[in-house]
Write a protein that binds this ligand. Structure first.
Ligand code: DX5
Ligand code: ZN
Length: 233
């Protein structure tokens, strides 16, 4: 993975057909997804349940791009090794999931995987100020985690703060929740480069009719890239 701040679209398979993950992953990648975002929920840290390591290992067989695993679980440390073995490329843990985010990020890096840290909407940018050198990605939640299809919460001030804190470090800023063609420009302009999108990518399409996935991915990417170019100009 070569570091780049170009806009990347990471469809969340939380919005896929749960009976057909293999073909859904193949379809979004064929339609232009840059990364595949996998939402792991434990019914404790968030009020919903999704996948464990065996499911993630099964997804891995189909992912040719980057498997971006978002752990919404507490505790997180006992499961890092299992998700690394399941084939995650990036493992993201929440700063709110325990008292030792520094140790958690060290443990992720020790597996040889990229280490991400996620911030809930109520958590300030400063919560990651002392772990920037242990981090490959900061995930700014723009919904309260647990479900797809929620309304975007404006975190552009936090994104701007993080972008200036990061400086020249090779750290991605990822946005997760409520990303659409309307909200993508706001977060891209503020400094985000990875846009997770579930409902906005999968809407209107299916494995049998995947073209809408591609149109949705391109529309979000173009809206964001236009805003980014405007920022750089
Ligand atoms: C929310 C998840 C998100 C979610 C995004 O807890 O972390 O990845 O699936 O879904 P949309 O894009 O529909 O808000
Ligand atoms: Zn997510």
């Amino acid at each position: 993975m070569v570091f780049s701040r170009a806009i990347k679209i990471a469809p969340s398979i939380l919005s896929a057909d749960f009976a057909d993950f293999g073909r859904e992953i193949q379809a979004i990648e064929a339609q232009g997804a840059d990364w595949v975002h996998v939402d792991v929920m434990d019914g404790h840290f968030v009020p919903n349940l999704t996948f464990g390591p065996p499911a993630v290992a099964a997804f891995r067989k189909h992912v040719k791009t980057v498997m971006d695993v978002h752990l919404m679980i507490a505790p997180v440390d006992p499961y890092i090794e299992a998700f690394a073995e399941a084939g995650a490329d990036i493992i993201t843990a929440h700063v709110e999931a325990g008292p030792h985010i520094h140790r958690t990020l060290q443990a992720i890096r020790a597996t040889g995987k990229k280490a991400g840290v996620a911030l809930n909407p109520g958590t300030p940018a400063e919560a990651v100020a002392h772990v920037l050198d242990l981090t490959d990605l900061i995930c700014v939640m723009t919904v309260n985690p647990g479900f797809g299809g929620q309304k975007f919460i404006d975190m552009t001030a936090k994104i701007r703060t993080l972008r200036s804190m990061i400086g020249d470090r090779p750290v991605h800023i990822e946005i997760d929740g409520g990303v659409t063609t309307e909200t993508a420009p706001l977060v891209a302009r503020a400094g985000a480069d990875v846009l997770v999108a579930g409902s906005a990518v999968f809407k209107g399409g299916s494995v049998a009719n995947p073209a809408p996935y591609g149109a949705n991915i391109r529309a979000i990417r173009d809206a964001a890239a236009l805003a980014t170019n405007a920022r750089l100009a």
